[in-house]
Design a protein around this ligand. Structure first.
Ligand code: SAM
Length: 260
């Protein structure tokens, strides 16, 4: 007799049960025959069967022993493509790609979504695009523009590397068990050529950390360890402005100036 295995909270397991939402995500992703697709956290396969049906070559990365066993039994086509692994340590080099780029999809475990996005960004040269379900609040931060409350370090770090498009929201009722928060789909497309030439990522991270940790202060105060008010004015930055008012281009300009 098959035993029912309850969802595991520690793995962020909220399984999609609403077929209209499943179709909307798959339409947004639109996998095609011949493409290389990686699904992160396939779970019980809500998205997986349709991805396999598209004719794409599908690899999946799943951490949970029980779900891996279920997926093996249910999807023989995944043989050799089912990676029983933590996505945070999964490397796209494991796929032996030959110049081709992968497309990545996932209803991500919310507890690891931000570190996972940064882990994937370190491999962006191998990635064509990504469609993810995340907490709505995280997608709003990823896509936020200067001047918005949600605009911060995450928006700048992501928009530096990717075109970010928030697609549509998904209510808790679309999942079992239901999460406590709204979710949202986001489409991320890494730039082929960087939009901005950044001399030092560490320098950018340092000034962003200081400025956004004190986001209510003016830049001449929050960045006083690095710049005088005159030095800010000299690179066309208003010393009386605040961190959330600067565009990604302006942050890169400041980091490059400091690095010089
Ligand atoms: N794709 C399925 C769906 O939409 O119904 C499941 C989504 S559920 C939100 C997240 C999935 O990611 C679960 O299957 C969970 O076991 C898996 N997972 C959690 N942490 C993971 C990790 N670090 N690496 C790989 N998979 C992980």
């Amino acid at each position: 007799m098959k035993t029912f295995i309850p969802a595991k909270k520690r793995f962020g397991q909220n399984f999609l049960k609403d077929n209209r939402v499943v179709s909307a995500i798959l339409n947004a992703f639109s996998a095609k025959a011949g493409q290389r697709v990686v699904e992160i956290g396939p779970g019980r396969g809500a998205l997986t069967q349709a991805l396999l049906n598209s004719g794409a070559t599908v690899d999946v990365v799943e951490i949970d022993n029980d779900l891996v066993a279920e997926l093996q039994a249910r999807y023989p086509a995944l043989q050799g493509h089912l990676h029983h692994q933590d996505a945070l340590s999964f490397s796209l080099t494991q796929l032996h790609l030959d110049q081709e780029k992968v497309r990545i999809i996932g209803n991500l475990p919310y507890n690891i979504s931000t570190p996972l996005l940064f882990h994937l960004l370190t491999q962006k040269e191998c990635i064509q695009d990504m469609v993810f379900m995340l907490q709505q609040e995280v997608v709003d931060r990823l896509a936020a523009q200067p001047g918005c409350k949600a605009y911060g370090r995450l928006s700048i770090m992501m928009q530096l590397h990717c075109q970010v498009q928030a697609l549509f929201s998904v209510p808790p009722q679309a999942f079992s068990p239901q999460p406590k928060v709204m979710s949202k789909i986001v489409h991320l497309v890494p730039y082929e050529k960087p939009l901005f030439v950044l001399e030092s990522m560490t320098t950018l991270e340092n000034i962003l950390r200081d400025a956004f940790n004190q986001r209510r202060k003016t830049l001449q105060n929050s960045l006083k360890a690095y710049f005088t008010a005159e030095a800010l004015t000299a690179v066309d930055i208003d010393p009386h402005g605040r961190a959330e008012q600067l565009s990604v281009a302006q942050w890169v300009r400041l980091a490059n100036e400091l690095f010089k």
